[in-house]
Design a protein around this ligand. Structure first.
Ligand code: AMP
Length: 469
């Protein structure tokens, strides 16, 4: 059966700069987006009428060096960081995807996940397509190449292609002359545009614009296609406002960097509000509030502000754990957590502690760190999650483990609390999610917390189940 949950928690970055060394700019942009994917990364640049690229498994810092960047150059570049979730940790799945077709070369970088990957695969395979990767990005690329045969331009081909896609995509397409940014009509994943002088930038998050010194201009609208050619910007709005805006709420809770602003809403402020609401819904009698690094920190501050309980630094995280980290052997298991995270004893010893994390998925992390806090003398540990319990899969690009692995499946709150060894446990309610993004001015998708999705996913799932076994 086709697996349509190849999770793609990725980051994209692109730049047009007639005066710049675009590969280098993309390197810094991707560096800022590293949190969105640590498995592989790549940069493609225009090279006269051709496209050159370099990509590999690993972190941006490990994959690129001075020699590689100086050879790439370019007046346009597109970059990608990738995180996959279904064991598809393959070198050939690294992006940008660069392919040659009848009209020349194109490069593609994609964040998101299509729900009709199976339909596309069938449609394209019947017409003779052979796939080199297991990504839906390749299907988008083939579809663009196919549509380009009848369309007058690459942007017209992208426009026609979007009619065939269902699901999440924040997409960058680069031909040797044009840079195109497109966002799915639901706007599941973020995509922003910025400028500096003559240069134009696209990025998954504003933190990448800040990093390269660009000024944020606007979010790409859901369904919008923005085309940059020789510094001229054109917008194609065929699909704008054709679907309900369904920004992923988990971007605010966990995925994006706190210094990013998505749809006008600061991520840090959203987390503070999540923490404040959590304190209202699940108060605790305690002496100190601590956050689990990194994404639990802002929510813990919000909890402390609302409850009046002092905020303290409870954990110190080792910043240098990368891909090459060797997992501890069985005999070192005891220390496994403490290699990554250690407790600041003076904060928690003899205290009643509220420990805030951004989410509890399987409960493994909480279980380990609750035990660690007790070992360091915490008198009580009250665990609070600024995300509601995960109940359902995400089909749009967030990695949610299968139902049997989720802590909330078939367990009451008391049972979950017992499992992680806490004195009390509280999750932010699904209802409170609307209160955490007051400045976003858009609707959001919270399907992984309630099973209700803005796209009728059953339509695609049932089809696959019948046809592919
Ligand atoms: P667990 O041990 O399965 O309960 O995982 C909880 C931890 O995983 C939390 O500290 C989160 O910060 C982190 N987390 C939550 N969602 C994701 C995700 N989609 N990908 C990677 N890490 C995640």
């Amino acid at each position: 059966m086709i697996d349509y949950r190849i999770g793609e928690e990725c980051g994209v970055f692109a730049v047009y700069d007639p005066d710049g060394d675009c590969a280098r700019t993309a390197y810094y942009g991707l560096y800022a987006l590293q949190h969105r994917g640590q498995e592989s990364c790549g940069i493609a640049v225009n090279n006269n009428r051709d496209i050159s690229y370099y990509k590999d498994m690993g972190l941006v810092n490990d994959v690129f060096d001075e020699g590689i960047l100086s050879k790439l150059g370019g007046t346009m570049a597109v970059g990608h960081v990738r995180y996959s979730t279904t064991g598809e940790s393959l070198r050939e799945n690294a992006q940008p995807l660069v392919l040659r077709y009848i009209k020349g070369n194109i490069a593609l970088a994609h964040n998101g996940n299509l729900v009709n990957k199976g339909d596309l695969e069938k449609e394209l395979s019947i017409s003779g397509a052979i796939f080199q990767t297991t990504t839906d990005t390749e299907m988008i690329a083939y579809m663009i190449a196919k549509q380009r045969l009848a369309a007058g331009s690459i942007e017209a081909a992208v426009e026609r292609t979007i009619a065939h896609l269902a699901g999440a995509f924040s997409l960058i397409v680069m031909s040797p002359q044009k840079l195109i940014a497109a966002r799915d009509p639901w706007g599941f994943r973020p995509l922003v545009m910025g400028r500096k002088g003559n240069a134009i930038y696209f990025a998954s998050e504003t933190c990448a614009l800040d990093t390269v010194g660009a000024v944020y201009e606007r979010d790409i609208e859901p369904g919008e296609i923005v085309v940059v050619k020789n510094g001229e910007v054109k917008s194609i709005n065929t699909y704008v406002k054709t679907k309900p805006h369904s920004m992923c709420i988990f971007e605010y809770l966990y995925f994006s960097r706190p210094d990013s602003v998505l749809e006008g809403q600061s991520v840090h402020d959203a987390r503070i509000l999540a923490g404040r609401n959590l304190a209202k819904e699940h108060p605790a009698d305690a002496d100190v509030v601590i956050g689990v690094p990194d994404s639990g920190i802002s929510a813990a501050m919000g909890f402390a502000l609302e409850s009046g309980i002092p905020y303290g630094i409870g954990f110190i995280k080792n910043k240098y754990i990368g891909r090459s980290f060797i997992e501890p052997t069985q005999s070192m298991r005891e220390n496994a957590v403490r290699i990554k995270l250690n407790v600041l004893q003076s904060t928690v010893e003899g205290k009643r502690v509220v420990m805030v994390d951004d989410s509890i998925v399987r409960g493994t992390t909480s279980k380990r760190i609750v035990a660690l806090l007790r070992k360091f003398g915490a008198k009580e540990v009250h665990v609070r999650s600024s995300a509601p319990p995960f109940t359902d899969p995400c089909y749009f690009g967030t990695d949610v483990p299968s139902k049997d692995q989720l802590i909330a499946t078939n367990r009451s709150l008391d049972e979950m609390c017992e499992l992680i060894g806490a004195d009390s446990l509280g999750f932010l309610s699904v209802e409170a999610l609307k209160d955490i993004i007051p400045n976003a001015g858009c609707e959001y998708c919270d399907g992984c917390f309630c099973g209700k999705y803005p796209i009728d996913v059953d339509k695609y799932l049932n089809k696959y189940d019948e046809g592919d076994d």
